[in-house]
Design a protein around this ligand. Structure first.
Ligand code: FAD
Ligand code: MLT
Ligand code: ZN
Length: 469
């Protein structure tokens, strides 16, 4: 690669702080959140305008230098970690963090705006941004769009794709795609916005987004429910959805995950008097004038208990209590990371197949790989669980990347594929699952993904080594 000529071409137009060369300042961005991948980036580019991104893309293509777009670096699949051979440089969008416009029904924001900031700005405008996840303090809207992130409100509002109403992005040739005007109807062929959502930075760089906001004046309440089997959780979900359209989240948490949270995360306590093998965290909302959400949950859960679905429940009666319940849920990733080595899988299945996967198939995996412990938590309402297989006690830190760890993941992914599921529900493919995607296809999907990649990234500079080649 010709890094020196690439940098020469960029200067003097691009000066500090848009270019960072100090290794100590670059280092924190070279490893992923789970600490599974480490990369090399001789410089860190952090433009503050779309024009600067355009100049960077043009120079990268001219000099054959790869660009790794990065937002908050919270990817669960090594998507924002550069290759280890120094052939690409990090392109951070974090300085592009302006709110260009905000109104009760939409926000036009730059890619580096952090999710938590957007939530607060939307609230100040009397609205809500209807997507939330545990990494809200770091994840950026650009990263959320690039991964088509999900989170805990997909049940009611859909994934990030449903929130993207328009986009500004720099494509090959330094061309700027701009649909920020947000036309409701635009049938000039396929949607470029939709090509870039979920492309994980492999087709271009998102610099700004027009995002959907929803009415903000709602009251929320959450309940923590104990059950004896995930099939009961599914029955409960169906019952709630038949009774009301005001359920926004429905998260499944096995006793194993709750135990890990209570063990590793300070200031947490069990919400129920005696532990049950499975838990559900459900959230309901109400607009002014509607039955308050806590009363709604109380009424519906009493019916469900009478029908034998619910073994125990605790309903939050204040925002503080609701936040405490959500803290337990959002701390699972951190607690799972602290627990030690595991092979992690982010899978989706036809929703009726989830309870069997979490019980019978989990037991089959533990028998097949003695000493492992398999459990899954997450977005049951979306048929999406984070299925972790913990390493045997004697295993080393890198077990997930060892022969046995890889065999476990292949086994899990084969079961998922046989059940017509997906090996990536919401986290993306990144570098973690690239080989598995290539192995498991399906062929039509691979053919289209590869053809789009070749057409939109003819010089191979956008996030090389991720998703597909
Ligand atoms: P990064 O990690 O920096 O990048 C992610 C990918 O997007 C990379 O491929 C990168 O190249 C690309 N990218 C980033 N910015 C741009 C851009 N401007 N243009 C083009 N490409 C870009 N994910 C979920 O879906 N649901 C969850 O519930 C969830 N919970 C999480 C909880 C925790 C504690 C953590 C650590 C992560 C969680 N994630 C979840 C994963 C992660 O937060 C999401 O994938 C998020 O979308 C990543 O945003 P980011 O800004 O950190 O992107
Ligand atoms: C979650 O739902 O908590 C996440 O997507 C992160 C994880 O997989 O742990
Ligand atoms: Zn998740």
């Amino acid at each position: 690669m010709t890094l020196a000529s690439f940098l020469h071409a960029l200067q003097p137009g691009l000066a500090p702080p848009s270019i960072v060369t100090d290794a100590a300042d670059i280092a924190p961005w070279l490893t992923d959140w789970r600490g599974r991948w480490a990369g090399v980036s001789p410089v860190l580019l952090q433009p503050s305008t779309c024009d600067e991104v355009t100049a960077i893309v043009a120079a990268a293509e001219a000099h054959g230098v790869g660009l790794v777009p990065q937002g908050g670096n919270t990817s669960m699949v090594g998507g924002a970690t550069p290759p280890a051979d120094g052939s690409a440089v990090l392109l951070s969008l974090r300085r592009m963090n302006r709110i260009r416009a905000i109104a009760p029904d939409k926000a036009i924001v730059e890619a580096g705006v952090i999710l938590d900031t957007l939530h607060r700005e939307a609230e100040a405008a009397g609205a809500r941004f209807p997507l939330d996840l545990g990494a809200r303090g770091s994840a950026t809207v650009g990263g959320l769009a690039a991964t088509n992130a999900g989170g805990v409100q997909v049940l009611r509002f859909g994934t990030m794709r449903a929130q993207v109403l328009g986009m500004e992005a720099v494509l090959s040739g330094g061309l700027v795609h701009d649909s920020l005007g947000g036309l409701k109807k635009d049938n000039r062929g396929v949607s470029i916005d939709h090509l870039l959502v979920g492309a994980e930075g492999t087709l271009g760089v998102i610099t700004a987004l027009r995002l959907r906001l929803v009415p903000g004046r709602v009251e929320r309440a959450a309940a923590w429910i104990g059950l004896d089997h995930p099939a009961r959780a599914l029955d409960l979900l169906r019952r709630l959805e038949t009774a009301t359209d005001r359920i926004e989240a429905f998260e499944l948490i096995p006793a194993a995950s709750l135990d890990r949270v209570l063990r590793h995360i300070p200031m947490t306590r069990a919400p129920l008097g005696s532990p049950l093998p499975w838990n559900v965290l459900v959230e309901a909302v109400a607009s002014p004038g509607e039955e308050p959400p806590a009363a709604l949950l109380e009424r519906l859960l009493a019916d469900a208990a009478a029908a034998g679905l619910v073994a125990d429940a605790a309903i939050a009666h204040s925002n503080d209590q609701t936040e405490q319940l959500w803290r337990l849920r959002h701390s699972i990733s951190e607690a799972e990371r602290a627990e030690g080595p595991a092979a992690q899988h982010d899978i989706s299945l036809p929703i009726d197949a989830v309870p069997d996967f979490l019980t019978r198939q989990a037991a089959a995996i533990e028998r097949r790989f003695p000493g492992t412990q398999a459990s899954g938590y997450g977005h049951l309402g979306d048929g999406n669980v984070h299925f972790h297989v913990r390493a045997p006690a004697s295993a080393g830190r890198d077990w997930a990347d060892s022969g046995e760890g890889k065999a476990v993941s292949a086994f899990v992914h084969d079961l998922v594929t046989a059940a017509n599921g997906s090996i990536s529900a919401e986290h993306g493919i990144g570098q973690m699952k690239k080989d598995e995607l290539a192995r498991l296809g399906p062929p039509a999907r691979l053919q289209v993904l590869r053809a789009i990649k070749r057409a939109m990234d003819p010089h191979g500079i956008f996030n090389p080594g991720k998703l597909v080649d």
